[in-house]
Design a protein around this ligand. Structure first.
Ligand code: 9MR
Length: 452
């Protein structure tokens, strides 16, 4: 069939259908003996509960007692960052990082390494560098620090906060980024070579729900997985106020579906709904099999970087807050009677009109769970470049609740999606993607594509 006109009828042809069903039983352990500490409660489901630790506070007995009894994962709040570990080029200082690591190990805790490369807290000498000289210094830093801690780190935040805020979905400008877009994968490869046992994570904030920024990270992780770049996990910082994003679980799940572990890495929550929001974040992680643990960003309110916002689980004097009790209860809520089973099905369907000259095809990758889904749609140009496109989907038993990288005509029934400015142009044979999440069933979307 040869279709040559833009206005030609869209005749769907099912080209390929591949379906994989993954059944997962979640929140398994019985709560016969509810655990009385955060770490023990999280361990019932094989997860950890951690905190950020400041070396300067280890001499405070209230602080170190809570640390020892409640937590089984530790992140150095500042002591393993670039400015702390390499204050002068080629001259390394691990004294405070090692103090935290040794304290953690002495308490029977594991350690998250934070962070090998971050555009903030670069030492002054690195801030003044650019280009290939900086790239060389960056990779040497990754190699040296990961080698020093080889075999002792559960997971490294190899790269922290490399994506821009707002709707671009792209990278943040920095001297690191200006060394070339491949700096992130180069860092992951260097870290893997130095410490093959550590899980290697990308970590960021404002990526806790589904939005343009988290989708930018998602696309990078998917690309890394498809090209064999060694990435094992994604950290979601979760610096929140009042509420967890309503789609936090779905967001964690879509990353997990790419084949990486996910973790909540720097949790703190300000505002009057704090206790509920903490429980919501806890449940979001517990509902995702590959969410392996939660770390709060400090112990007592006055240990927090968010001065005056009281966003943590313990008061200034070290007493447990309502938020503490709600987290503990959520971690202990594994009741055999309420064990939930979630089935996630990943379906890749190619439905197309024959692209012919000036046409395009659309394919959908669908992650469906019990009551909702995320659909990623790939638009591929035919033998001519596109200067704009329209994709039509059929949502007979679903409602769109959020979307990215396309304009849409409605949220159910026949929904038309058109390009936004930055993805209107697609070269001949090239492709671009947009996506959406919805409630209900995403099956039968049957996307068709037309040039515009
Ligand atoms: O909590 C850290 C604070 O003590 C430092 O002054 C600050 C410096 O930028 O970094 C804080 O931790 C950050 C973390 O390393 C990365 N995500 C955001 C955290 C809060 O700013």
């Amino acid at each position: 069939m040869k279709l040559t006109s833009k206005s030609v009828a869209l005749v769907p042809i099912i080209v390929t259908v591949a379906t994989a069903a993954i059944g997962a039983t979640l929140i398994a352990p019985p709560a016969a003996n509810a655990a009385s500490t955060l770490g023990a409660a999280a361990a019932q489901s094989g997860r950890y509960y951690g905190t950020a630790v400041a070396a300067s506070k280890l001499g405070d007995s209230t602080y170190s007692n809570i640390l020892r009894t409640e937590f089984n994962m530790v992140t150095a709040e500042n002591e393993m960052k670039w400015d702390a570990t390499e204050p002068n080029r080629g001259q390394f200082n691990y004294s405070n990082g090692d103090r935290i690591l040794n304290t953690a190990v002495g308490n029977g805790s594991r350690v998250r390494g934070h962070a090998l490369l971050w555009y903030q807290q670069e030492p002054g000498w690195a801030q003044r560098m650019e280009g290939s000289d900086l790239r060389q210094a960056m990779m040497n830093h990754v190699t040296q620090v990961a080698t020093h801690y080889k075999g002792k780190i559960y997971a490294w935040d190899v790269v922290n906060e490399a994506f821009a805020d707002g709707n671009s979905g792209g990278r943040r400008d920095s001297n690191l980024q200006r060394t070339g877009n491949d700096w992130i994968e180069a860092a992951f490869r260097a870290a893997r070579a130095a410490d093959p046992a550590a899980k290697l994570c990308y970590n960021d904030y404002n990526t806790d729900g589904i939005n343009a920024k988290s989708t930018g990270v998602y696309n990078m992780v998917r690309d890394f997985k498809s090209r064999g770049v060694p990435i094992d996990c994604v950290g979601f910082q979760a610096h929140l106020t009042n509420n967890a994003p309503s789609d936090m679980r779905q967001n964690l799940q879509r990353f997990a579906d790419l084949g990486v572990d996910v973790q909540i890495t720097e949790l703190d929550i300000a505002g009057s709904n704090q206790a509920n929001a903490y429980a919501d974040v806890t449940r979001a992680c517990l509902a995702v099999t590959r969410c392996t643990g939660i770390t709060v960003w400090g112990i007592r309110d006055n240990d927090s970087w968010r001065t005056g916002e009281n966003p943590l689980l313990f008061t200034n004097s070290g007493a447990k807050k309502a938020a503490y009790n709600s987290v503990l209860a959520a971690l202990n809520s594994a009741d055999p009677g309420t064990t939930t089973t979630t089935t996630t099905t990943t379906t890749t369907t190619t439905t197309s009109n024959d692209p012919g000259t000036g046409g395009c095809t659309a394919t959908v990758s669908l992650n469906q769970w019990n009551e909702g889904f995320v659909a990623t749609i790939k638009v591929t140009a035919g033998s001519s470049a596109l200067s704009g496109w329209t994709v039509t989907t059929t949502l007979s038993s679903a409602t769109v609740t959020g979307s990215w990288s396309a304009n849409r005509s409605g949220n159910s029934g026949t929904v038309n999606w058109t390009n936004v400015d930055y993805n209107a142009s697609v070269p001949a044979g090239g492709s671009t993607e947009f996506g959406f999440q919805g409630s209900g069933s995403g099956s039968g979307l049957n996307p068709t594509c037309a040039a515009r």
